[in-house]
Design a binder for this molecule. Structure first.
Ligand code: NDP
Ligand code: BG6
Length: 513
């Protein structure tokens, strides 16, 4: 194998192929993976990354030889890291089982190194420790940058300068935000590419790891019945809805420089839209899928100011409880105009989707926590069943709902005869309720994405041209909103959001589902 690898390396000078070659040829027993969580003391590491790694370990999905290294400035011993991590682990996969033994085994593989993010010396010390654990095996390294974005480059610089001893692949998972607009995103990409090639950069959008987002392509491309309907000919509008029933509490500092359009729409909702609307890819290979996503994103018109409504939550008292306004957070500047809610209408300029409104709605501190896709179909032309059968034609068109969370499910609203002697219709759901259909717990998005990164599967990660296309759609309107200091419409904490969202939808003949 090694000889073959050397031969392959000698016939190409491409860095990308170098990386691929080492991945494909490395034999599991003679190789090891070191997973370095940079920012291990932080919220995301505790909440998502360590629990996801444990879940993968529990399911025997991690390679035979692996170690997890936490890296951050906070002073911690290995034992203290293990103690911190152990408090985040649960027997999520099989709640009846006692996984304490598995947890113990997993924790023994976790280590910690304290260091500065801009210190080559500290990264060289980390490198020494990694080497000790790698014990002469082919060493593959996955760095997860779970840190604020303005230190990404320093970390990548220091890690790459000191990582000369890794002789397998090196990959870096980069967390959002990937810049604030087209320019800053391009500059981040440029800076990352001083140290890494594109194939080493795994830009994570955790919505792509959600089970029902993964299922979108299966639904579309493995069921004959949806394909013919999936176009302007039968679909009136598509809605992408994200709502949270809590505010930005604790993350106000970050949120205020980004706002809901950058936090949710430009990435999570747009990624789902791209998967929803793209043409059939040549294959399921990462590049084929990402090519189709880029194509559809580039067919879209940049969002226009008149097609956006923004809002911000204000304080609201319900019974004895008073919920705070966004600007009550100490980390948010007084008088901030940052939107915590936005609704937008986007259009795709291609033969399949011309004229179909793609509506997005995203908000914090609303009445419910939900993320879903709603596909509203057109009226039945020349329907035999008019209002005398109890149908309201405007309300009884077919609707396909894909509920991403919580309580995952897919249902199709159809018109049905109410049983009995009279001819009366009502609307019912053909319902695929995941909890009822599948006994197995749905994996967390971070589990799928971490596993894919370890396996070198890039399909669910964002390529740089995808990112450019995504920013091109939102950058002009974001600039305009900021330059014109557009006032967000205030809505009470826990409400359904600003009424402006309904006017926007109505202008496009849409009713929110
Ligand atoms: P944190 O604010 O918790 O930061 C992570 C770690 O980075 C901290 O523990 C701290 O470690 C270090 N750090 C924090 N602020 C600074 C600073 N100003 N200078 C240098 N180091 C600092 O971030 P999160 O864990 O919440 O998020 C990490 C990344 O993931 C961010 O890019 C975020 O945007 C992204 N993200 C987070 C989500 C979440 O739910 N938390 C969701 C989606 C994305 P120490 O002081 O020990 O060095
Ligand atoms: C993150 C956003 O990307 O996604 C947060 O920064 C948001 O503001 C979170 O709360 C929502 O993720 P999930 O998986 O809980 O829906």
């Amino acid at each position: 194998l090694r000889k073959l690898k050397d031969e392959l390396l000698s016939i190409t000078s491409s860095e990308e192929v170098r990386e691929e070659t080492s991945v494909d040829i490395v034999d599991e027993h003679n190789s090891t993976v070191s997973i370095v969580v940079v920012g291990a003391s932080g919220d995301l590491a505790k909440k998502k990354i360590f629990p996801a790694l444990f879940a993968l370990y529990y399911e025997d999905c991690l390679p035979k030889h692996f170690t997890v290294f936490g890296y951050a400035r906070s002073k911690m011993t290995d034992a203290e890291l293990r103690d911190m991590v152990s408090r985040t682990l649960t027997c999520r996969i099989d709640k009846r089982e006692n996984c304490s033994e598995k947890m113990e085994q997993f924790l023994k593989r976790c280590f910690y190194h304290s260091g500065q993010y801009d210190s080559e010396k500290n990264f060289a010390e980390l490198d020494m420790k990694l080497r000790d654990h790698e014990k002469g095996r082919v060493s593959n390294r996955l760095f997860y940058l779970s840190i604020p974005p303005y230190i990404f480059i320093e970390v990548v610089r220091c890690a790459s300068n000191s990582a000369s001893s890794a002789n397998g692949w090196t990959r870096v998972i980069v967390e959002k935000p990937f810049g604030r607009d087209s320019e800053s995103s391009a500059s981040l990409t440029r800076d990352l590419k001083q140290y890494l090639v594109e194939d080493q950069i795994f830009r994570i959008d955790h919505y792509l790891g959600k089970e029902l987002v993964e299922n979108l392509s299966v639904l579309r491309f493995s069921n004959l019945i949806f394909g013919p309907l999936w176009s302007r000919q039968y679909i009136r509008n598509v809605q992408f809805i994200f709502s949270e029933d809590f505010g930005t509490e604790g993350r106000g500092g970050y949120f205020d420089s980004y706002g809901i359009i950058r936090d949710i729409m430009q990435n999570h909702l747009l990624q789902i839209l791209a998967l929803f609307a793209m043409e059939t890819p040549v294959s399921l290979d990462a590049e084929d899928v990402r090519n189709e996503k880029v194509k559809v994103l580039r067919s879209m018109k940049p969002l226009q100011l008149e097609n956006v409504v923004i809002g911000q939550y204000k304080s609201h008292t319900k019974g004895s409880v008073t919920y705070p306004a966004y600007t009550d957070d100490n980390t948010v500047p007084k008088g901030s105009l940052t939107p915590t809610f936005a609704a937008a209408a986007l259009f795709i300029n291609n033969a399949r989707w011309d004229g179909v409104p793609f509506l997005m709605k995203a908000g914090k501190a609303l009445h419910s926590k939900i993320a879903e896709i709603r596909v509203q179909f057109k009226h039945v032309p020349g329907s035999l069943y008019n209002s005398s059968f109890g149908t309201d034609l405007d309300r009884t068109t077919n609707e396909l709902v894909i509920r991403l969370q919580p309580d995952e499910g897919i249902y199709l609203k159809i018109n049905n005869k109410v049983p009995g002697l009279a001819m009366r219709l009502d609307q019912s759901n053909l319902n695929l309720h995941y909890a009822a259909r599948y006994a197995k717990e749905i994996p967390d998005a971070y589990e799928r994405l971490l596993l894919d990164a370890i396996e070198g599967e890039r399909r669910l990660f964002i390529r740089s041209d995808e990112l450019d296309a995504a920013w091109a759609l939102f950058t002009p309107v974001l600039k305009e909103l900021e330059e014109k200091k557009v006032m967000p419409e205030l809505y009470p904490y826990g409400s359904r959001g600003p009424v402006g969202a309904h006017y926007l939808a109505a202008r496009h003949n849409v009713q929110w589902g």
